[in-house]
Ligand binder design. Structure first.
Ligand code: NAD
Length: 357
């Protein structure tokens, strides 16, 4: 029997509660689809600061590198808010992504039919269904480029540099094209090539990779300002969107709002190997930690992404996605509560999803 090794980074706040439910669901899927899962836990964020004095201990990096994939809850909370930037829990997050060489961030924006009313967009704009995958470059561009302060014409000034190398663009383009082949076979590359030289190189490179390696995938281009508009005007035109770090940061938040609920949004960060880091988009929600009211579905859907993109178990992934779609018709956690629908806590939601698998 195949056995997958998963490292759990439960983190802070609601992190442990939601990860426990996701593990329950993964175990249920393993039983049903005939594979085994072994777990190892490691510290990240505030809990790591408390135990070791730093947000990302070396042991955590080693355990994540040794695993087939890592599942992360969330990190941070008021207890650690006054620490200097590089010692805060969030520094652990950036650190682990860097240490594992995760250069591609995948954020699906999906509207589950029973949650349609939670979307701020009108029914006629959403149309039949919405299922977008935003592929954001995660380790290059302006967030990592040269920056500094200087004086210009006697005035204090500051600069940040957007730079991409051809190999950085090639590898993120391949992630997007590979994903599109497993979906509706369409990629939209988003840039600002009418103004930025780095975007012109981005577009040239995506075009070449497409021509040489993925001619079967439909490729279109869009300027980022237009894309921001099109996402709320006609979101169903998109399948996979591939874009740079800063544009992806902004567009993925915009797209996720269309789906209406932060407690439902999963994400994956991938590198050049098979393993990845999977986590909900939301934070550690310290305001509701320990109350058994958190919505575990984003973390459960992150496990589905892990099964699909890292473990090669697409049927198990589909079973989880179907169970989540079904559970929304019978029960809701407080954040997505609706009249006439049973209100459940975090643990019960996990149990219900298991029961539907
Ligand atoms: P947040 O996402 O934690 O919470 C925002 C609001 O959404 C809160 O009202 C919270 O109760 C609610 N919420 C979030 N997830 C929920 C869930 N699963 N179920 C029900 N309700 C949920 O964002 P914030 O309040 O800005 O940040 C809180 C802490 O989390 C901060 O320390 C922040 O730095 C950290 N954070 C961590 C990550 C991460 O670990 N990836 C991401 C964002 C924020």
């Amino acid at each position: 029997m195949k056995e997958y090794k998963i490292t759990l980074l439960k983190g802070d706040g609601i992190g442990p509660e939601i990860v426990d439910q996701a593990v329950k669901v993964l175990n249920k899927t393993a039983e049903k689809f005939g594979f085994a899962v072994s777990y190892d836990e490691a510290l990240l964020g505030g809990c790591a600061i408390d135990a070791t004095g730093m947000p990302l201990p070396q042991e955590t990096i080693d355990k994540c590198k040794a695993a087939d994939s890592t599942l992360l809850g969330a990190v941070g909370g008021p207890k650690w808010d006054n620490l200097p930037g590089n010692q805060r829990p969030e520094a652990g997050l950036l650190g682990i992504r860097g240490a594992l060489g995760l250069f591609a961030n995948l954020r699906p924006a999906v509207i589950f039919e029973p949650l349609r009313a939670a979307s701020p967009l009108k029914d006629e704009i959403i149309g039949g269904a919405m299922d977008i995958m935003i592929v954001r470059e995660l380790t290059g561009g302006i967030y990592f480029g040269e920056r500094g302060r200087k004086e210009v014409n006697g005035h204090p000034a500051a600069f940040d540099t957007e730079m991409y190398t051809v190999p950085e663009i090639e590898r993120i383009a391949r992630v997007a094209f590979d994903l599109a082949r497993k979906r509706s076979n369409r990629v939209c590359s988003v840039d600002k090539a009418n103004v930025l030289e780095s975007s012109r190189l981005w577009r040239e490179t995506v075009t070449r990779v497409h021509k040489e390696e993925y001619p079967d995938v439909e490729l279109t281009y869009m300027y980022v300002d237009n894309c921001a508009m099109q996402l709320v005007r006609n979101p169903k035109q998109f399948d996979v969107i591939v874009t740079s770090n800063i544009f992806g940061d902004i567009l993925s938040d915009e797209a996720s709002m269309i789906s209406g609920s932060i407690g439902m949004l999963a994400s994956a960060s991938l590198g050049s190997g098979k393993s990845g880091l999977y986590e909900p988009v939301h934070g550690s929600a310290p305001d509701i930690a320990g109350t058994d009211t958190a919505n575990p579905l984003a973390t459960i859907l992150s496990v589905a992404m892990m099964l699909k993109y890292s473990l090669g178990e697409p049927d198990a992934a589909k079973a989880i996605e179907d169970a989540v779609a079904k559970v929304l018709e019978i029960a809701r956690t407080a954040d997505i509560a609706a009249d006439g629908m049973k209100k459940v806590g975090c643990r019960e939601m996990g149990d219900l999803v298991c029961g539907l698998i």
